[in-house]
Design a protein around this ligand. Structure first.
Ligand code: DP6
Length: 321
């Protein structure tokens, strides 16, 4: 009746930024991510016929109807799917700064789908968990697995799920998450990716997706850090270029975001190899290897004030606690 799951968040190296079906959250493109060890969500799902209402507690605070809406709608959808209708309590603790472009929804819905399924004793495969997580948030589809994960876009609910590319990569790859601004973001991913589709660059970007996925998979296989970094940076820039050229144009960048981009470019000019990626928020994530990690951290601390740096590497797939 009560189960707890832990899911780690992930960073997309090839971005998901558009839905084919809004309700099913099936994407217009395939994406490829790295699950991160440093950011995760623990969620307990409890259901009981004696409960008289639904409750959502996030980071020890009971959430009001507005904040709970997305989560309640999601659980009601799953309950309807499997034929349950009792009330429930969800207790969730986020070890991710909420809504700051660090994809807390990825770990949140992966942990929620998994604790839900376990509490009702549904014996689901990881593929089916991945499909359920997708109904909560697209990026959650990938957080079922650890390491490198591909979300194959598929054509419908049955065929759109994640597959592990390499759950325990033997690869020297670190991610430095620069928290330049942890304020709530203004444009949700759901809204941003809809707007981006009005960009004249959106269709050409989509047309490149298959090739970009194939190239990144090859680079992972070859353990080629340079190729992985270049392809990741390109995908992020393609996404943000579509935002800047949308009708209406918008951007998640803040002045500190640009400073961080310039710093990465400068470091590269000095022979310190690193690359950046940016999601639906102002924070910048730097991809680097162990050899340069210390040097990059001190360069960031020197040129960006008030920036919190969290070092991450490969994290595991979802687990029941
Ligand atoms: C930029 O998964 O948050 O992080 O499916 O609407 O919940 P919804 O969107 P969400 O979008 C994530 C967008 C991204 C890129 C990515 O993670 O692939």
């Amino acid at each position: 009746m009560k189960k707890t799951a832990r899911a780690h968040t992930n960073i997309a190296l090839i971005k998901y930024w558009g839905k084919a079906n809004q309700a099913l959250k099936t994407p217009l493109m395939s994406s490829l991510s790295m699950t991160l060890d440093a950011f995760y969500t623990d969620t307990t799902f409890e259901h009981d016929s004696s409960l008289t209402e639904d409750t959502f507690i996030l980071n020890d605070q009971e959430q009001g109807p507005e904040e709970s809406k997305r989560v309640f709608n999601y659980i009601h959808l799953l309950q309807e799917k499997f034929g349950f209708n009792d009330h429930f309590i969800i207790k969730s603790t986020n070890h991710v700064p909420t809504s700051a472009g660090l994809a807390s929804s990825a770990s949140a819905f992966a942990a929620l789908a998994t604790s839900f399924a376990a509490s009702y004793d549904l014996d689901l495969s990881r593929k089916d968990l991945s499909r359920l997580a997708r109904l909560g948030s697209g990026s959650a589809t990938r957080s079922i697995y650890g390491g490198f994960v591909e979300w194959q876009k598929g054509i419908d609910d049955a065929s759109s799920y994640a597959i592990p590319i390499d759950e325990n990569p033997d690869l020297d790859l670190s991610l430095l998450a620069l928290e330049v601004d942890t304020k709530q973001k203004k444009i949700s991913s759901t809204k941003g990716m809809k707007l981006a589709q009005t960009s004249p660059f959106y269709q050409p970007w989509l047309a490149r997706n298959k090739q970009e996925i194939a190239e990144l998979k090859q680079a992972i296989k070859e353990k080629d850090f340079t190729k992985i970094g270049k392809l990741s940076e390109l995908s992020a820039n393609e996404m943000h270029a579509c935002n800047l050229t949308a009708n209406e144009p918008f951007t998640y960048f803040e002045p500190e975001t640009i400073k961080a981009i310039k710093l990465v470019e400068d470091l590269r000019k000095q022979g310190i190899e690193c690359y950046y990626t940016i999601d639906a928020g102002p924070n910048v994530k730097i991809l680097c290897t162990l050899r340069n990690r210390k040097e990059i951290i001190s360069a960031v601390q020197k040129s960006l004030t008030n920036v919190k740096i969290v070092v991450a590497s490969f994290g595991p797939g979802v687990t029941l606690l």
